[in-house]
Design a binder for this molecule. Structure first.
Ligand code: AMP
Ligand code: GLY
Length: 424
């Protein structure tokens, strides 16, 4: 089989690496890819948002299956376009991808089907939204409806902050049309977890649970990032909570989408808050998380492609999805300045030594090939991902490898996985 992976992050390197372990795969292409994907796939310089260009490439190269890493091509309708051309692709169609692409749609579905989530209201009028936060002291989370490059959620402490958020989104339109509507909700208290499932539109199979680390610095301080590290399994998701999340959240939303005539096929990522009352949905994503995908791929025992095919062919209930009874931890090495304006084009040293640490994979993200070696090319540069018999061992291996790598002004969190250790 020939496979095409779309994207250029640590997630896509982890996906290409996992697919490359499968002996039945003859060739992997990655658009546009990075220095890491170039080790296991052929990088192709096309635009992942140009459906026509991608479809022509797939036809010319007889690609059997395409997999989109990020949300943007999915919300841009790449799956619908592939299906019109009778080409195989894994992921939700444009409308189903709205579970991530529109927070208003997602919230309406959660409310309609009584799936546990934060209480709140939806507004398309800024003045009414402002009045609402003035009248309700619990309403302090303001979310732009559409995709906003991970920046559309404001977690506010005061009324003034919430009013400012509404004005930025709805008056100043800093996210453009993504800010035509907002969801305003209560602040949930608890520990967050990433609960990802594969779905074939009718049923779902869970992946190993993970936990992301969004704030830039140790002890969850500093500005939010795309994720500074992740580990799995997440002990906050006990067996009981796992069952609860499957029965009360993931399966109900998949059945709801089917009932609405828009079956959800692909990876569904439930961003959950584990509260005293049980798990509540913070958000859905229509794809693998990054960095979560890195520990998940390290822990996945079954080959990935047969599972993706089962989702397309609606045979997931008869397909095995097995994860190793081990733990994995990914530490993200970031560029100076990230998540603000960051530096690029710095040479990276120590990659070979780090790669020789047993049971560690160094996944590349914002990194590129250069005639003098591998250079930085983005905010999150590498995901150093270790695997071990328990979380302690996985953490130790990742940090042992991370310490061997260097580039100017590199920074990383020293406490990835600490929450899991506190629970064990
Ligand atoms: P998102 O961009 O949708 O991933 O949201 C970013 C982050 O905002 C989440 O990971 C949470 O930490 C936080 N957040 C979103 N909604 C809520 C909520 N209702 N209560 C508390 N935190 C929230
Ligand atoms: N790591 C969070 C995300 O992928 O959305």
């Amino acid at each position: 089989m020939k496979i095409l992976v779309l994207g250029s992050g640590g997630r896509e390197h982890a996906l290409c690496w996992k697919i490359s372990q499968d002996k039945t795969i003859e060739k992997i292409f990655c658009v546009p890819g990075n220095s890491g994907t170039s080790l296991v796939a052929e990088n192709i310089g096309l635009d992942i948002m140009d459906n026509e260009e991608i479809i022509n490439f797939v036809k010319q190269n007889n690609i059997d299956l395409t997999l989109a890493g990020p949300e943007a091509p999915l919300v841009n309708g790449i799956v619908d376009e592939f299906e019109k051309n009778n080409l195989r692709i894994f992921g939700p169609k444009r409308f189903a991808a709205n579970l991530e692409g529109s927070k208003v749609f997602s919230k309406k579905m959660l409310w309609k089907y009584n799936i546990p989530t934060a209480k709140g209201e939806i507004f398309d009028d800024a003045e009414k939204a402002i009045q609402f936060v003035k009248d309700n002291s619990w309403a302090r989370i303001v979310k732009a409806d559409g995709l906003a490059a991970g920046k559309g959620v404001y977690v506010c402490k005061t009324e003034e902050e919430a009013v400012k958020a509404i004005k930025e989104i709805m008056h100043a339109k800093i996210f453009g049309d993504a800010g035509n509507s907002v969801v305003i909700e209560e602040r949930l208290v608890g520990e967050e977890a990433s609960f990802l499932v594969f779905s074939d539109g009718k049923t779902a199979k869970a992946m190993v649970s993970t936990q992301d680390h969004k704030p830039a610095y140790d002890n969850d301080e500093g500005p939010n990032t795309g994720g500074m590290g992740a580990y799995g399994p997440a002990p906050v998701i006990t067996k009981k909570l796992h069952e609860n999340a499957m029965q009360n959240i993931m399966l109900p939303i998949i059945r709801a989408m089917e009932k609405e005539g828009t079956p959800y096929k692909g990876v569904l990522y439930g961003g959950l808050m584990i509260t005293e009352k049980g798990p509540l949905v913070i958000e859905f994503n229509c794809r693998f998380g990054d960095p979560e995908c890195q520990p998940i791929m390290m822990l996945m025992a079954t080959d990935l492609i047969p599972v993706l095919e089962a989702c397309i062919d609606e045979t997931l209930d008869e397909t095995e999805v097995i994860f190793r009874d081990m733990a994995s931890c990914c530490v993200v090495l970031a560029s100076g300045g990230y998540p603000g304006k960051y530096e690029k084009d710095k040479p990276i040293t120590g990659l070979k030594k780090a790669g020789n640490v047993p049971d560690v994979m160094v996944f590349h993200a914002g990194a590129k090939n250069h005639e003098d070696g591998i250079f930085t090319n983005g905010g999150r540069v590498l995901g150093v991902t270790g695997i071990g018999k328990n979380i302690r061992q996985a953490i130790d291996r990742s940090y042992e490898a991370a310490r061997l790598i260097n580039f100017e002004n590199m920074h990383y969190r020293k406490d990835i996985g600490a929450k899991a250790l506190n629970r064990s």
